[in-house]
Design a protein around this ligand. Structure first.
Ligand code: GAP
Length: 531
């Protein structure tokens, strides 16, 4: 069951250390986030899975890691200086600034319709290179990783023995000065992209475009984002980016947002290599490019069979790591009733919930909008309280709810029931899970149990290269819940029998079944079960 809302995911991410707001101690910076201890593991696992599928599992791909800062001429000839704009409007009433295509003629902050005419706003960040900041010394932070690949096309061709078709893959940071960053990780100002520029013979681009669409959908499936959650949007001609001949946008069904772009697969023709080449008039380009008198290179390929130089066409699958991270979490998210709570316990929570709703309705600290939103959510939870009890925590996290005094009482009665009868679980694919294994000693002050548990941890982590954590800070049941919530596929308990026969209990995250396995065979066991 995917997550119900972005708030639910954001709350888990903050509570468990997946994501923090950047520079939190100074009030944050809008549109920028940090990946915490679990977030960095999940993010790296996503990137590794992408790299493995697109570079190692194919024989037509090279990797690259180009610099973020590039000569500013790159951005002139790529077309970004002129066209990488969003339409900006100002609200004359409250001075808010908005992206014209994200609002419906009204200021989302104050509701006024007194807006300026839209004007173009270039989204590239500028910085100064060298000690003197003048009009010539600036450079841009790259708004896409793609141009580093195009600028290196000739280098890669000259230093490898590649023949068309082949691709260059890259993962790296990109920066966009979004007018309204919003929706948690979905629209941010600093993010990572996983991009491929796949170079093909002119004339074969349509076939390759469709092949890449299939390949990319298979990869999404392999990381737990199923096809039925993705719509393919064939972008209409009038909405295409300046470089694109045709683009398929993969639209994922995000909680709270609905179908939004997670990846673009563009057919970029010979636009990029042609734009960055000299002597364009002799290249027989199909794309409409600006005259280039600055480049020292001809980004062409020698087609031996036909004894001619061609400018390859390009297919570009381009996905954002953050948007992928959100989709993976959303698909994995589940709240499960482990055993039915006794009716009187549910009723105690209902009484506290009713008192909370009454207090919210009377509160003068809340705006009308906040009050209506909280009451609507409380009614939703109350309508099926036994199954929705874990949602009380999200209710209490809604804007304004923390100022309601009886909310503390509600949390106080709901939390123990949630802890006892429910679990939040991330059914992450094992290869993506931040921790592969968690190891617990049955008793934390028993030298033999602790020593064996710690030995298993370091063996799996260092010898088998599986992220493994040790925990002895609670009862085993509580430790299981803690690991379920962050998606750890296997929990290992070391008990007194382990000291006698070397076996341990392994508990499976999804089935919650336990079996005894020899500690010496754990690595193989985990590998087999993770396939
Ligand atoms: N090189 C082509 C390119 O950059 P794009 O559609 O602008 O195309 C590709 O971006 C992907 O990068 C998007 O599908 C999205 O996943 C991600 N992305 C773009 N802007 C983003 C932003 N402001 N915040 C988070 N991810 C973003």
């Amino acid at each position: 069951m995917p997550a119900a809302s972005l708030e639910q995911l954001a709350s888990l991410c903050k509570r468990r250390g997946f994501i923090y707001p950047s520079s939190d101690i100074y009030g944050g910076l809008q549109g920028v986030f940090d990946y915490g201890p679990l977030g960095v593991e999940l993010k790296n696992n996503i990137i590794n899975s992408w790299w493995r599928a697109n570079v190692y599992a194919r024989d037509d791909m090279e990797g690259l890691d180009a610099s973020i800062l590039m000569n500013k001429l790159v951005w002139k000839y790529s077309g970004h200086e002129e066209t990488f704009n969003d339409p900006l409007v100002d609200c004359r009433a409250c001075k808010g600034r908005w992206r014209a295509d994200h609002i419906k003629g009204k200021c989302p902050s104050c509701g006024s319709s007194d807006l300026t005419e839209p004007r173009p706003f270039n989204m590239m960040f500028k910085t100064a290179v060298g000690p003197v900041a003048d009009s010539d010394s600036f450079a841009y932070l790259r708004p896409e990783t793609a141009q580093g690949i195009f600028a290196n096309f000739g280098n890669v061709l000259a230093t490898t023995s590649r023949k068309l078709p082949f691709g260059i893959a890259q993962v790296g940071k990109a920066f966009r000065n979004e007018i309204n960053p919003r929706n948690f990780l979905f629209r941010v100002r600093e993010f990572e992209q996983m991009e491929i520029e796949f170079f093909v013979m002119p004339g074969s681009e349509e076939e390759w475009h469709d092949r890449w669409l299939e390949d990319r959908l298979s990869w999404w499936e392999s990381i737990g984002v199923p096809r039925h959650q993705i719509q393919i949007y064939d972008v209409p001609k009038g909405d295409l980016a300046h470089y694109s001949k045709r683009t398929y946008d993969l639209m994922y069904n995000y909680p709270s947002l609905g179908y939004e772009e997670i990846e673009g697969i563009a057919s970029r023709s010979d636009y990029d290599l042609g734009s960055h080449s000299r002597d364009q008039e002799n290249l027989g380009l199909s794309a409409n490019v600006s005259t280039n008198r600055d480049s020292v290179a001809k980004l062409t390929y020698y087609d031996q069979a036909n004894n001619r130089h061609v400018v390859p066409f390009v297919i570009e699958p381009s996905a954002g790591v953050g948007r992928c991270f959100l989709a993976v979490l959303s698909e994995a998210y589940d709240e499960q009733l482990v055993k039915e709570p006794a009716a009187d316990k549910v009723e105690t929570v209902r009484t506290a919930l009713d008192a909370f709703v009454k207090s919210v309705s009377r509160s003068e600290k809340l705006s009308g909008e906040q009050r209506d939103a909280i009451v609507a959510q409380a009614e939703h939870v109350s309508a099926d309280l036994a199954n929705r009890l874990p949602q009380v925590e999200q209710l209490l996290g809604m804007p304004g709810a923390d100022g309601i005094e009886v909310g503390k009482k509600l949390r106080g009665v709901a939390q123990p029931v949630v802890d006892e009868f429910y679990r939040t679980v991330l059914h992450l694919k094992p290869h993506l899970a931040p921790n592969k294994v968690a190891v617990f000693p049955l008793k934390r002050n028993h030298e033999g149990l602790v020593g064996l548990a710690k030995g298993i941890r370091s063996n799996l982590q260092l010898e088998a290269n599986m992220r493994t954590v040790y925990d002895d800070t609670g009862a085993i049941g509580k430790l299981y819940r803690r690991q379920d919530e962050i998606g750890t596929p296997f929990c290992v308990t070391v008990d007194f029998q382990s000291l006698e026969d070397g076996s341990v209990t392994v508990r499976d995250r999804d089935s919650m079944q336990q079996e005894r396995v020899l500690a010496s065979e754990l690595e193989q066991y985990v590998r087999e079960k993770s396939r």
